[in-house]
Structures are given as structure tokens and as C-alpha cells.
Design a protein around this ligand. Structure first.
Ligand code: HEM
Length: 142
């Protein structure tokens, strides 16, 4: 159940992150005004990412990979590429991605120009998107 929720919510999380990033790039390059719609897209991305983070933590501690970590220890975990991905690489990168989204959202609020707002979102959400894309378990997802 948790695994399915985490897997399904990931589609929404990835999609809204891509939309928010592209929206920020368009706003930045075409010198648009930072409107309510832009704030909402950035905010929804933040909320959806945080929900995915919480579901991820539950998925982590209830997964077979965590059981394997407890039973076999970190040494054996690091030697197995699949277990290492789920126990170490995926969670760490995703947590980092959510940290970038959170900092980006928080920083954009203090910016005084529309361009600076779009730029902050583009940079921080862009880095987050790269981190997410780099460690999504593609082979297991589809
Ligand atoms: C933006 C954040 C995240 C995204 C987009 C994401 C995405 C995904 C995807 C697509 C899968 C594969 C699901 C499948 O096999 O169908 C997965 C699996 C998994 N994720 Fe995440 N995840 C995120 C955050 C996290 C976090 C923060 C943790 C842990 C703290 C985590 C732990 C796991 C675990 C343990 C699995 C394997 C579940 C299992 O097969 O038992 N994820 N994640």
C-alpha cells in the first residue's frame, strides 16, 4: 500500500517539479511579471515534494531493503548495487532535492524583483530536478 502510494505520488511530484522549473525558465527569459499563478505553482511543488518525502520515510522503514540493512549490516548493503540505491543513494538524493526546493521557495520570497524570483526558483528547483532524475529507480518504477 505504502509502496504503491510512494510510486504513484512520484509521478505527480516529478511532473509538478518539471512544470515549476520550465515555468520559472519561461518567466525568467521572457521578463514576465511574477504573478499569483507562479507563486501557486512553486508552492504546490513544495507541498507535493514534502508529502512525497514523508511517504518516502514510511516506505523506507517498512521496506525489505531496510530489513536487509538491519539483518546484513551496512557493509553488505554497500556491496549490492540495488540495495545500496534504495537504502542510501535514492533517499539521500531525494532528501537533498527536497531541501533545495525548500530553500529555493523560501529564498524567492525575499527577492524584490520578478526576475530575481524566477531566477531563484529556476536555480534551486533545477538542481532539485537533476538530483531527482539522477536517483529515481527507473528500472523498478515502470
Ligand atoms: C521527491 C522525492 C522522491 C521521489 C520522486 C521518489 C520516487 C521513487 C520511485 C519512483 C520509486 C520506485 C517505486 C516503484 O518501485 O514502483 C521509489 C522507491 C522507493 N523510495 Fe522514493 N522517492 C522520493 C523520496 C524518497 C525518500 C525521501 C525516501 C526515504 C527516506 C524514499 C525511499 C524509497 C524506498 C525505500 C523505495 C523502495 C520501496 C520498495 O520497493 O519497497 N524515497 N521512490
Amino acid at each position: 500500500m505504502i509502496k504503491m502510494t510512494h510510486s504513484g505520488w512520484a509521478y505527480i511530484a516529478l511532473l509538478i517539479l518539471i512544470v515549476a522549473f520550465i515555468n520559472a525558465i519561461i518567466g525568467l527569459t521572457s521578463n514576465k511579471e511574477f504573478k499569483d499563478k507562479d507563486l501557486r505553482i512553486s508552492l504546490f511543488t513544495l507541498i507535493i515534494a514534502h508529502i512525497q518525502l514523508i511517504i518516502g520515510f514510511i516506505a523506507y522503514f517498512t521496506s525489505d531493503y531496510f530489513t536487509s540493512l538491519v539483518e546484513n549490516g551496512m557493509g553488505a548493503t554497500m556491496k549490492d548495487a540495488v540495495v545500496r540505491l534504495f537504502v542510501v543513494e535514492h533517499p539521500l538524493m531525494m532528501i537533498l532535492a527536497v531541501v533545495f526546493i525548500t530553500i529555493g521557495f523560501s529564498k524567492h520570497k525575499s527577492k524584490t524583483t520578478d526576475k530575481a524570483k524566477f531566477k531563484t526558483i529556476a536555480i534551486f528547483y533545477g538542481i532539485a530536478l537533476l538530483l531527482v532524475l539522477s536517483r529515481i529507480p527507473w528500472d523498478h518504477w515502470f
